[in-house]
Write a protein that binds this ligand. Structure first.
Ligand SMILES: Nc1ncnc2c1ncn2[C@@H]1O[C@H](COP(=O)(O)OP(=O)(O)OP(=O)(O)O)[C@@H](O)[C@H]1O
Length: 514
């Protein structure tokens, strides 16, 4: 196989002194799907940002198609044939598919592409790579997986030969993941090359040809997928054996903790996003909530925590009606929340790690409610949490915006679990987190449940959902459409069918009480 990309001895030191890439080597062959793996903070995003022109290396050389590559911005990278699909899509919601695809495209030989040509271009690529999409559909009406297709089409129509995908399956159902993998296989067969950043080892084994593992800013090894095992790969990444499943004893549920009765929630545009949902969480229980992103799961958790207003129905914790209580009061009464968006609502990125870990206590101290709390004690406790959760950082004074995505997430999880609540609402608690940290967070959630507490777990990772939950509820278009009681016997594919609305259970509007 011929070499397409070679990154040699790459070193990148951020202005604050963090050495994100020390001595990284990456060699990618043309026409392969190459997985880039490693623990949170290992340096994967930094390396790809360098390749895509978003960061400049301090040392090292890059060769692409045999020539030395020096790019100072993404436009230059795209021009050379390198494209990137981020986790956060960059689409204009009120424009159509084809308008998004051609937006910002260089006019070809001075001529702008007209509407008919643009639609034809989208149709051609969509047809060739099985990216089923209607060019004139408006983006805001589309599902997450369709939006991802537009991002892929943008990259393809700009002539990319090497496509970087950053955790592309994090928000997809098993069916959508299968579809994406078929598209990637078609791309590969047509000579495209893909660098695939992921923490999901099973996906790497399913679709990739080679794996490069980074650890602490260095390349550990590049190995072929053929012959590799999940255990071997995780050991290479984490440096120890990792338990890739949860050890969880069956528990008899205790008394009621959280009761949600018939709640309905409207979003800012007046759309009913949660439609008469009921659930009942008991002590020693984890209730999982499955659903394709955008079907009301996050709004349900936001409403339980008081971020969104409940328009009808009630939320009770230990028999007390919290429906009209403030977030602060809900916290005091025993609710904690790991929100889906750790950057916008989950944390204050310009503050230090320790301030984020103890945000609530600092707030109470400011209000004079915690006069005796000692800053030194807080910093010592922060340092213990940093060690316990393996938060990769220089020290606890480092601000959150200087951490890798997965390490930011660990700060939020550590803060919420250490608040010792009665009920934890955990929305995508391990998204973007490496296998070692995932093992730890899973164990912590099970310990929490076993100590007589309750968890509402929302996760797009169906393996996680089925491993951890005692009961799974599936949401579709704001309603609970299924309650799956025997999580050990249900397959991910079956849950996926409920999520997509292909399979239904019970009557519409029926209440689910566990
Ligand atoms: N803008 C920045 N300024 C300073 N340090 C940074 C910056 N971005 C990342 N870092 C640091 O560089 C190191 C590598 O981070 P990077 O984001 O490349 O890791 P990663 O392997 O992609 O992690 P993850 O799996 O969590 O996404 C981390 O220690 C991180 O804290």
């Amino acid at each position: 196989m011929s070499e397409l990309l070679r990154m040699e001895n790459i070193r990148k030191v951020y202005p604050n002194g963090v050495v994100a890439n020390k001595d990284v080597n990456l060699r990618v062959n043309k026409g392969e799907i190459h997985a880039l793996m490693g623990e949170n903070g290992a340096g994967k995003s930094t390396l790809m940002k360098i390749l895509f022109g978003l960061e400049q290396p301090d040392e090292g050389e890059i060769y692409f198609k045999g020539d030395r590559l020096q790019v100072s911005n993404p436009a230059q990278a795209i021009q050379k044939g390198i494209g990137m699909v981020n986790q956060h899509f960059m689409l204009v919601d009120n424009l159509s598919v084809y308008e998004n695809v051609i937006l910002g495209m260089e006019p070809r030989s001075g001529v702008f592409i007209n509407r008919t040509q643009a639609i034809k271009l989208v149709e051609e690529y969509a047809e060739k790579f099985n990216l089923r999409i209607t060019p004139t559909d408006i983006v805001e009406n589309l599902s997450v997986s369709q939006k991802q297709k537009i991002e892929l089409l943008k990259v393809l129509t700009r002539g990319s030969e090497l496509i970087i995908l950053d955790e592309p399956t994090a928000v997809l159902t098993p069916q959508e993941t299968d579809e994406l993998f078929q598209q990637l296989t078609l791309l590969k067969e047509s000579g495209y090359t893909i660098v695939f950043i992921t923490h999901k080892i099973q996906e790497v084994l399913a679709i990739c040809d080679q794996i490069t593992v980074l650890k602490k800013g260095k390349t550990v090894e590049t190995l072929p997928v053929k012959g590799a095992t999940a255990e071997g790969i995780s050991k290479l990444m984490v440096g120890r054996d990792v338990l890739l499943r949860v050890e969880k004893e069956p528990k008899v549920p205790g008394e009621h903790l959280l009761k949600v009765k018939d709640i309905t929630v409207y979003n800012e545009s007046g759309v009913r996003v949660v439609d008469k949902v009921s659930l009942s969480l008991k002590r020693n229980q984890i209730i999982g909530i499955a659903g394709v992103e955008g079907n009301g799961q996050s709004e349900l958790a936001d409403a339980i925590f008081g971020i969104m207003t409940v328009s009808s129905g009630t939320v009770d914790l230990k028999g007390e009606n919290l429906t009209r209580e403030t977030i602060g009061s809900r916290r005091n009464k025993g609710l904690a929340y790991i929100p889906e968006d750790r950057i916008v609502t989950g944390s204050a990125t310009s503050l230090s790690i320790w301030e984020n870990l103890f945000a609530d206590k600092i707030e109470e101290k400011k209000k004079g409610k915690l006069g005796l709390i000692n800053l030194r004690e807080m910093k010592n406790a922060a340092s213990d949490l940093i060690k316990l959760f393996n938060i990769v950082s220089m020290n606890q004074e480092q601000t959150l915006d200087m951490l890798s995505g997965g390490n930011m997430q660990k700060v939020v999880v550590a803060r919420e679990l250490s608040a010792n609540p009665e009920v934890l609402l955990a929305n995508q608690p391990t998204r973007g987190i490496d296998v070692g940290a995932q093992e730890f967070i899973w164990q912590e959630l099970v310990k929490f449940r076993d100590s007589g507490k309750g968890v509402i777990l929302i996760s797009a990772d169906l393996n996680e959902l089925l491993e951890l939950s005692d009961i799974v509820l599936v949401m579709h278009k704001g309603k609970v459409v299924a309650q799956l009681d025997n999580t050990q016997k249900i397959s991910e594919d079956e849950v996926g069918l409920y999520m997509l609305g292909v399979k239904t259970q019970g009557k519409e509007g029926e209440h689910y009480e566990s």
